[in-house]
Design a protein around this ligand. Structure first.
Ligand SMILES: [Zn+2]
Length: 236
């Protein structure tokens, strides 16, 4: 049953990160329990997890809603990230170990592959992971906590406001940061990071995604698609 819970979480987070669900649309426990064929208690647990990761908003006594971050909020989120992450990469240019650099190198390849496959939800997730790997490489829990919050909030902004083709530039921009880190160039890495985050911010556009109000319809399609793919795999 834990497996099904993870599969439901996965489908919901993919739908949210693909910008497929309308911002502010309600996520009703009863309807979701029916779509996924699990109990309401289980749906409640999954919604709590999505809320912790800032993909949805939990409002006491009212329920769960698709997160609806505004473009005004985006500005202060990206300001915070430029300050924090400029510092993180400047620090890492001097202090990153071989293991951290190897991990980043592998990650760059995964990002490239997802982009080549045109897998938008995975691309959005992997772009976020790049920044989390950098935060983890500092080995500092407080930095990691701040970054978790900021990156989760940004993922929904990107899902909702970034035009589909623009992930391409992000991948090259990550490579610029990585190259400066390999050279041990702290100033260059900080500049590359700040300019990357500014570019991501300028790529946000109202109306970039085409979300649906029909939450149940979207989730039903995704869920049955995933089930079908799984049974084909099992049949092999
Ligand atoms: Zn990035």
């Amino acid at each position: 049953m834990k497996e099904r819970e993870d599969a439901v979480y996965d489908t919901l987070s993919r739908a949210l990160l693909a910008g497929a669900l309308a911002p502010g649309a309600p996520l009703r426990e009863t309807a979701l329990a029916e779509v996924f064929g699990v109990s309401r208690e289980r749906i409640r647990k999954i919604l709590l997890r999505l809320g912790t990761n800032r993909l949805i908003e939990m409002i006491p006594n009212r329920g769960a809603f698709v997160a609806a971050p505004s473009l005004e909020q985006a500005r202060s989120i990206y300001d915070a990230r430029r300050i924090l992450e400029g510092g993180i990469v400047a620090h890492l240019a001097q202090n990153a170990g071989a293991e951290a650099l190897r991990r980043l190198g592998e990650h760059m390849e995964r990002e490239q592959a997802a982009l080549a496959e045109g897998d938008r939800a995975t691309s959005v997730r992997l772009s976020a992971d790049f920044h989390m790997i950098l935060a983890e490489a500092t080995g500092n829990t407080f930095i990691l906590q701040q970054m978790q919050e900021l990156v989760s909030r940004t993922s929904m902004l990107v899902a909702m406001y970034e035009a589909p083709h623009s992930a391409q530039c992000a991948c090259d921009e990550h490579r610029d940061i990585f190259t400066s880190l390999l050279k041990g160039d702290g100033g260059g890495a900080a500049r590359a990071m700040r300019s990357h985050l500014s570019l991501v911010e300028t790529r946000l556009r109202p109306g970039a995604a085409a979300p649906s109000q029909d939450v149940v319809g979207v989730l039903l399609r995704m869920w049955s698609g995933q089930r079908a793919a799984q049974s084909t795999d099992e049949g092999r």
